[in-house]
Design a protein around this ligand. Sequence first.
Ligand code: SER
Length: 316
Amino acid sequence: MRRILVTGALGQIGSELVVALRERYGSEAVIASDIRLPPLDTLHPGERFEFLDSTNARQIQDIVRNGEVGTIYHLAALLSATSEEKPHVAWELNMGGLYKVLEVARQHDCKVFFPSSIGAFGPGTPKDNTPQDTIQRPTTMYGVTKVAGELLCDYYNRRFGVDTRGMRFPGLISYAAPPGGGTTDYAVAIFYDAIRYGRYTCFLKPDTRLDMMYMPDAIAALISLMEADPAKLIHRNSFNVTAMNFTPSELANEIRKHIPSFEIRYEIDAVRQGIADSWPNSLDCSAARAEWGFAPRYSLSAMVEDMLTKLRTRIS
Ligand code: SER
């Protein structure tokens, strides 16, 4: 059996993906890795965790060789707002890490998943129903690393036959990991503050429309794409995916159906507003549906209901 390596396993996607992969393929089949160490009480017998700085090719190589790894979910990266604060670190980690992962994958014949983003689009991209293949001229360092990452993954597939696959994720909403440096993170933070304080101060304008997806749909999509028949994949890097789009004001109205006294105020952060304004309002996901059966389940109302229930239990 060739194992699965997840980089950035303690991050937003990794925290839930590792659990899902262990359930599906068995604990023994999955190696979680991160540059941070997990809290000791979260380590269970039989579950493997490795310290990994994914800009260090030797460390990646050692884990892949010793762990007999056949698939890498390369999730270690900075999100959009943090990348704007530290563009040089974003380049080093988001690009440098991916390049090293692809090189190791080429040498050891591994399959690679690369998470791209709505951030791979820019102000010149058609905003509504954004096509799968269209103008990509992002104006953020995050976006630059995502477009370049998509191209690099396609290059490794065409030139060296590495089985690379990717998705352009919208804002991901989850209760497992706290919000961490993304522009779409308001849609996660709002739930914590709604439950704890009954009010939230939003850093985006009330009418900023962005694509979003609930984490269970993202995890299901990841597994579907990686299990898809390669002969059916025309696009590979990277598929548009989304499940819903809404504005902060629409999300607040939906939360009010459960917490009628909930209040939202706005203190606009110019950097994150600028990033959000450069991204699409809604993506066309027809290629993902046609090529590997993408079919998200959660709508805005179902997501809000589930988030409030799960997060209440978690917080209490
Ligand atoms: N959620 C990401 C961010 O806001 C977008 O891919 O940075």
